[in-house]
Structures are given as C-alpha cells and as structure tokens.
Design a protein around this ligand. Structure first.
Ligand SMILES: [Zn+2]
Length: 284
C-alpha cells in the first residue's frame, strides 16, 4: 500500500508522514491565509520536492518561512527546494557552517552522502541526492522565538541537548500541537539525563497532539508513557546506586511491560540506556 502523501493533523497543520524505512522524517506545514511555514525539509532534494508537490495539492499559498529543527541531514537536505528564509537555532547554524568547511562543502557533500548516508541506509538510492547542496539558515535565534503566520502563533523553544545540542521544538498553542522533531529520541551526541529532564519541561506546554520526527502524531497518553519511562529510568538507576547494587545488577533492571509499546524501546535499547545513565553519573 502506498503511504499517504499528505495528511491533515489539525485545522492549520498538515504533514507529509515519516517513513522510517527510508529515514524520511515528518515534514510539517502550517497553512494559513497569509502563507505557509515549513517545518523540516526532508532527507534529500527528492524528498523535499515530493513534499512540496504534496503541499501544492492542498494549497497555493506561498511559503513564507522554513524551520530547521536541528542540523541532521535527514531534516535539512531538502532545504534547497524551498525558496524562503530558513530559521534555526544558533547552534544549528554554527554547526552547519562548520560542516560546510569540509564534509558538507558544495564539492564534497555528494561524496559524503555516498560514503556515509548510503552506507548506513541501504534502502536509499543515490538518485535522490542528485544536485544536493547544503543551504544554511539565514535567521538564527537562541532561547525562544515567536513567529506569526496569518494570526497563527508559532513558539520556537530550545530543547536542550538530549538528542543534539542544536534541537528545537515548535509549539502552536492555538492548534494545541507540539512539533517534537527528534528531541525525544536518544542519540550518541546527546545525554540521557538531559533527555529525561526535557519531558517535564515540555509537558508544561499545552498540547493535545504531539508530532514527532519519525513517528505518526500521537496524543497525551503516548506522550506521558515516554515521559514516564525516562523518569523511572533515572530514578531506578539512582535508587539502585544508593543501595550499592553491583553494575551487573543495575543493568538487569527490567523494562516494564507497559513501556514496550514505546517506539525504539526494547530489552536491548533499555540496557543501553541504563549503561549510558551509569556512565553519565560517573562523569559528574
Ligand atoms: Zn536527528
């Protein structure tokens, strides 16, 4: 069955749904009567082009702004397709600038794609990346930023460094929705305890719909489940350490059954989380 090309999430929010098989993240569109804001641009020029074509089946409104939630290639390598100013966190822009001095330079990025991306993601064909070049954000911010499009407010918040140091989330209070992108996913660059600390913070933002980077949108229940997992993980590891439990014993601390439905969580990844939390505690 062919995946949906575009789907409506709330009155003004549409998305091109993610496909993990091809490491295609969610591409978001805020559609107003004064233009469109794009949230993330896809993993390649081809992905961006396909998303833009899907957008054009539902609106003719011009694209006013593009937001990069963080610098990862699967979220930014479609930037060149969208002719509008790109907004990102200062850390995101800085890191992209430094990447463009070598791997992501105009004359090297294609080689980087074939040598790195295509080696890790075997389902992706090289033709997706024809003519790829990295386009930098023109507008950057630190802390928070408010953006208005056709009376719809978008609040951009820095999301700490659980996933990457440069991640942001986008909150739409009038749509009761929160674009999480990848900030709720562990990543070697991030820290697990920082990830855990982010959940209570983001829970303060009013939202009925959570829109993650690599899963379909979900509601409060699924959000709370992921939040509970990280809270209990940190609490349990700390408690066992206080009880002077041996490292092997702590690593055996079981994954509660109710968390097995959380995307990306299984016995193996749970062990890795415990091990990383232990490592982070030791470094303090
Ligand atoms: Zn990412």
């Amino acid at each position: 069955m062919e995946a949906k090309k575009i789907m409506q999430v709330s009155e003004h929010i549409w998305i091109v749904p993610p496909q993990w098989k091809y490491v295609e993240p969610t591409i978001g569109f805020i559609i107003s009567n004064e233009g469109v804001v794009v949230i993330d641009t896809g993993n390649s020029p081809e992905h961006g082009r396909r998303a833009l074509a899907a957008l054009r089946t539902v609106t003719d409104q011009p694209i006013k702004y593009v937001i990069n939630t963080h610098r990862h290639w699967d979220h930014t390598f479609g930037n060149q397709i969208f002719a509008a100013p790109i907004i990102a966190h200062t850390y995101c822009k800085d890191k992209m600038i430094s990447n463009m001095k070598d791997d992501w330079a105009d004359d090297q990025v294609y080689t980087w794609v074939t040598g790195f991306v295509l080696q890790h993601v075997k389902t992706l064909g090289v033709e997706r990346f024809e003519g790829v070049r990295v386009v930098l954000p023109q507008i950057s911010f630190s802390g928070t930023m408010r953006l208005d499009i056709g009376k719809i407010p978008l609040d951009l918040y820095y999301a700490g460094s659980g996933h990457t140091r440069d991640s942001i989330v986008v909150h739409l209070p009038s749509e009761s929705a929160l674009f999480l992108s990848d900030c709720v996913y562990p990543n070697p660059e991030g820290k697990i305890h920082k990830l855990a600390m982010l959940f209570p913070k983001l829970s303060q933002l009013s939202a009925d719909t959570y829109i993650p980077g690599h899963e379909l949108p979900y509601g409060k229940e699924k959000w709370a489940l992921r939040a509970d997992y990280y809270r209990e993980l940190i609490e349990s590891v700390k408690r066992l350490r206080r009880q002077h439990a041996a490292r092997e014993k702590i690593l055996e601390y079981p994954l509660d059954r109710r968390f097995k439905s959380v995307s990306g969580l299984n016995e193996k990844s749970h062990r890795e989380m415990i091990s990383r939390v232990l490592g982070e505690i030791r470094k303090k």
